[in-house]
Design a protein around this ligand. Structure first.
Ligand code: PMP
Length: 361
């Protein structure tokens, strides 16, 4: 019901249109307060109610167990690449499984604080087997959805050696349930499935708190942030507000007889299925990721004739399909199809793929 184009950006990414409309409607006067959310004290009752509702709805959506603290932080995914080892490594060992660009970056950053071992390294199209894990590591890090490579863990690793698992779930957070029994800490930037950039979500088991290195800035010490209910310093209030509206939207979302996260997940499965089938059925386009770990969120693909790339992007844009250019490190195209991308957006993309192939193939 909208004339807006479909936006396939990897992030900051498309948001649910009803949320954008509500933000616009409430911009000058939030609920009769006479203030924009941007203008409110983070310690006032209005904003506290917004933040508490956001956390409650997020916990409910993802069935976050009691023993986890939910932190609203800043610094993004790359910030967490340093904040996690500063809080959890105790200066000891960290094992990282490299499945693509983001986990490789995480390993490099953690090296500044810990003894990092690459437990296994994939080629960006698979999840590698045979991990070398150390029993005395402080944690094992994986990126559960590699945004650039399009590699997703459809099951989180089940570690049996008593070492906590840390997941960077930035680009598929809220797209599917999380098996919390396997997770020690999960983090993600908001700017894909959740809201504006500037908010970083951290879910951490209480028993992992309280071991930060002395060099850890207080504002990034999880124990300090948790004790202050994410109000140790001024949190990204506007981003938390928009995220809260996205959580409300998600809780009410209905699709295929399902509701909430289950409905979003089902639509994500259907969208990804539609797009991968179209790519696989064509000899003109290609996705190179192993079938077992293709991402539901980020679908990189290549035109066999790369000389057509610029034409493809220009024609896609003219057809109302935005931001399909692949990441500069891999080239080609990438369609990010997060929660807020409707099925119609993927149908329009698939229609365009066929049409483009018919004209240029
Ligand atoms: N990890 C993943 C999986 C990402 O997709 C991104 C951003 N695209 C990052 C980390 C970095 O996040 P930020 O730019 O918020 O620091």
């Amino acid at each position: 019901t909208s004339a807006r184009p479909f936006n396939f950006s990897a992030g900051p990414a498309t948001l649910p249109e009803p949320v954008l409309r509500q933000v616009a409607a409430e911009m000058l006067d939030w609920h009769g307060s006479g203030m924009s959310v941007m203008e409110m004290s983070h310690r006032g009752k209005e904003f506290i109610s917004i933040a508490e509702a956001a956390e409650r709805d997020l916990r409910e959506l993802l069935s976050v167990p009691e023993g986890f603290r939910v932190l609203f932080m800043q610094g993004g995914g790359l910030g967490e690449n340093a904040i996690v080892p500063m809080n959890l490594s105790r200066g000891g060992k960290v094992d990282v499984v490299v499945t693509g660009s983001w986990s490789r970056k995480s390993a490099a950053e953690a090296r500044r604080y810990a003894n990092v071992q690459i437990a296994a390294e994939g080629n960006g199209r698979e999840i590698p087997r045979d991990w070398r894990l150390r029993d005395d590591a402080a944690y094992v890090h994986v990126c559960s959805n590699e945004t650039i490579d399009g590699v997703e863990f459809h099951d989180l690793p089940h570690l049996t050696h008593g070492v906590p698992l840390v997941i960077d779930c930035s680009s598929h957070l809220l797209s599917r349930p999380i098996d919390w029994s396997r997770v020690g800490l999960a983090f993600g930037g908001a700017q894909k499935n959740i809201g504006p950039a500037g908010l970083t979500l951290v879910f951490v088991r209480e028993e992992l708190l309280g071991h930060a290195l002395d060099i850890c800035p207080s504002a990034f010490n999880y124990a300090t942030v948790a004790a202050a209910h994410s109000m140790f310093n001024t949190p990204p209030t506007f981003a938390i507000y928009v995220a809260g509206l996205v959580f409300q939207w998600a809780r009410q979302f209905e699709y295929a007889g399902k509701r909430g996260l289950a409905a979003l997940e089902q639509r994500n499965i259907d969208k990804a299925g539609l797009l991968y089938s179209a790519l696989d059925a064509s000899g003109f386009y290609e996705n190179r990721v192993d079938l077992a770990c293709r991402s539901r969120m980020n679908v990189p693909f290549f035109l066999q004739d790369e000389a057509l790339n610029e034409t493809f992007l220009a024609e896609a844009k003219a057809a109302g399909l935005l931001q399909l250019k692949g990441h500069k490190t891999v080239g080609g195209m990438r369609a990010s199809i997060y929660n807020a991308m409707p099925l119609e957006g993927v149908q329009a993309l698939v229609g365009f793929l066929k049409d483009f192939e018919a004209r240029h193939g």
